[in-house]
Design a protein around this ligand. Structure first.
Ligand SMILES: *Cc1c(COP(=O)(O)O)cnc(C)c1O
Length: 368
């Protein structure tokens, strides 16, 4: 926490706005739009809820196919199943580790020939770096398929002159405890593709509020959800938003320091930064070639753990997950390689140089 949050929480208590709506929710949505440059935003109880509503607004229902990055966290995929749809996974390219536009184009053109286009594409901006959006949007626009950007990890990152998450029909963000800014739990759904009255976001807001119709009594004509963000947590979000730039700077400094101290060693490579944008370096990610480095990924991880330092393999791709193994995957080797050899290093915004030095020296000592 930054210290700015407490005043917003206090005002929620002082005014008795202890509910899933109120001035902090309105303020958080407004300030979030200003911060990233989008027209409409809806604060929600989680990023997963935001993906669920985005898919629902894109028309995904029973039996529908959705194309989604395989290299991601399961929350990018689960809501497709909530709606009775089924995922098809798309592998990554090696420039940003995100969805490969060429594989996406190939999957879309095959489906267009069969007259079976997917209902939506979920493209993930992993580890705080944008996917290559222009070719992805061009392919999806050619076939009229809406794009949902999962920018849960990428708040503060850019693509060209845009904020990551603002180019598709919908963008989603997460404020879970592990993300670059947090409300303890929370999410945001945004769009620039809306009419002036914001009818799309207004519909999402209604769905998130138990689909209550405007009537004096409780009236319902569709199935709703209880997905709105608490006015207290939105207050935390308003305070956190003020330090977003600082957090991005801190995370980038972590990355630069690790790279400066370890990057010259044989067999270790750092997550590349694609030429089309600037990442937030949410986590510092490395890939290990065991023969050249003198230790494999797991040896390093266990050596750190023995000293009570937590590190973690990169995301295990969705096509390798038992629960999703039965679905089609277009490629998958790039993501699989990253999972098998990749490691996320300690990356918190509050790490000291001494902390980083300790991690680095343990890694050096783990080599043969
Ligand atoms: C964290 C995360 C989500 C889910 O966000 P929650 O707020 O935790 O529901 C979705 N996608 C990705 C890539 C994430 O990292």
């Amino acid at each position: 926490m930054s210290g700015h949050e407490q005043a917003y929480i206090q005002s929620a208590f002082d005014t008795n706005w202890v509910s899933p709506l109120g001035p902090n929710v309105d303020g958080f949505e407004r300030e979030f739009c200003q911060s990233i440059g989008c027209a409409h935003a809806l604060a929600l109880s989680s990023g997963t809820a935001a993906i669920h509503l985005a898919l629902k607004l894109a028309g995904v229902g029973s039996g529908d196919e959705v194309l989604v990055s395989t290299f991601t966290f399961s929350a990018s995929v689960n809501p497709i199943l909530y709606l009775g749809g089924h995922p098809t996974f798309i592998d990554s390219e090696t420039t940003s580790w995100n969805m490969d536009p060429a594989l996406l184009e190939q999957a879309l053109s095959e489906r267009a020939q069969r007259n079976r286009l997917p209902k939506a594409v979920v493209v993930v901006h992993l580890y705080g770096q944008s996917a290559d959006m222009y070719p992805i949007l061009a392919a999806c626009n050619r076939y009229g398929v809406p794009v949902i950007e999962d920018a849960a990890e990428a708040l503060g990152a850019t693509y060209k002159e845009h904020s990551a998450g603002t180019l598709g029909r919908f963008g989603i963000y997460s404020f879970n405890g592990n993300k670059i800014i947090t409300t303890s739990g929370g999410g945001m759904l945004v769009t620039n593709e809306d009419d002036e009255d914001g009818a799309l976001i207004a519909h999402a807001r209604k769905l998130a509020t138990q689909a209550r119709e405007p009537a004096p009594h409780y009236q319902h004509t569709e199935i709703g959800y209880n997905y709105r963000l608490s006015n207290i947590l939105a207050g935390i979000g308003r305070g956190q938003l003020q330090v977003l730039a600082d957090r991005v700077q801190r995370r980038r400094q972590n990355f630069d320091y690790y790279e400066e101290r370890l990057g010259h060693l044989p067999g270790i490579s750092f997550m590349p930064e694609a030429p089309w944008g600037k990442g937030n370096r949410w986590l510092t990610c490395i890939v290990i070639d065991p023969d050249q480095f003198g230790a494999d990924r797991e040896t390093i991880r266990l050596a750190l753990e023995a000293d009570n330092i937590e590190s973690r393999p990169l995301w295990k791709p969705m096509h390798m997950q038992p629960i999703f193994a039965k679905y089609e995957s277009v490629g998958g080797e790039v993501a699989q390689h990253l999972f098998e050899h990749g490691l996320c290093l300690p990356s918190g915004s509050n790490l000291s140089q001494a902390d980083l030095d300790r991690v680095i020296s343990m890694m050096l000592a783990a080599r043969k």
